[in-house]
Design a protein around this ligand. Structure first.
Ligand code: C5P
Length: 217
């Protein structure tokens, strides 16, 4: 078998959390470690793909052979993801903040006698839904993630059609996932749902990359 079946294919992978500033020293973020997305970027590169990894703040090293673009906010992640097109493959595993602070303070917000400040939030764009929309730059294979604590299959299926992507990697986050090395996933495609056994994040990545190679092969 071909050791580098994705040679000639371009991939964009998003990973990690986003960081949405409140003021110059504070922000809103989440507990995503980026491990799963980094492992997927590495597995795609090992199979010959040219991979751009658009990453929020993580403590992880850039995988060998991968081009990493570092971003902080959802808006920056969206711009960098679009700048990485055209691509054949998009795997959007980042934990994008649903909201950002509407007006970022230019200076550090002071503790005031009037009490704590009120932060007005506005919705961030859905990078996955935007990328999956039909159009000349839509990657041939768009893969999203769905982190769920209940009804994994139903929620993953609903997300597949709502976002317009091709596959969803459903993530059972009722067990420990954030920052952990293991992951329990369900691969949902238009033709069915396939539960995978509990695997390491590296094993999830190699299986997914093999499935992607089969899809194009
Ligand atoms: O809607 P929900 O956040 O559960 O969807 C998760 C999927 O959508 C993930 O693939 C995530 O990377 C992607 N997403 C995105 N932009 C957002 C929110 C989620 O690309 N603003």
């Amino acid at each position: 078998p071909d050791a580098r079946p994705l040679t000639g294919k371009r991939a964009v992978v998003t990973a990690g959390p986003t960081f949405e500033p409140i003021d110059p020293v504070r922000g809103l973020t989440n507990r995503s470690s980026g491990k799963q997305g980094y492992a997927i970027a590495a597995a795609l590169a090992e199979r010959g793909a040219r991979v751009t990894l658009v990453s929020g703040p993580t403590g992880l090293a850039t995988p060998v052979g991968v081009t990493r673009i570092e971003v902080e906010t959802a808006l920056e992640m969206q711009a960098a993801t679009h700048a990485a097109l055209p691509a054949h493959i998009a795997v959007l595993s980042a934990a994008v903040a649903d909201w950002r602070v509407d007006t970022v303070a230019g200076g550090k917000i002071k503790k005031a006698p009037g009490g704590p400040p009120t932060l007005a939030l506005i919705e961030n764009p859905d990078i996955l839904a935007g990328l999956a929309k039909p159009g000349p730059l839509r990657p041939a294979l768009v893969i999203g993630f769905a982190a769920e604590t209940t009804d994994l299959e139903a929620n993953a299926r609903a997300k597949l059609s709502r976002k317009g992507c091709d596959w969803i990697v459903g993530n059972d986050v009722s067990a420990d996932v954030f920052g952990a090395d293991g992951n329990t996933v369900l691969l949902v495609t238009k033709s069915g749902a396939e539960p995978w056994p509990r695997l390491s994040k590296a094993e999830v990545a190699t299986r997914l990359a093999d499935r992607i190679a089969d899809h194009f092969g």
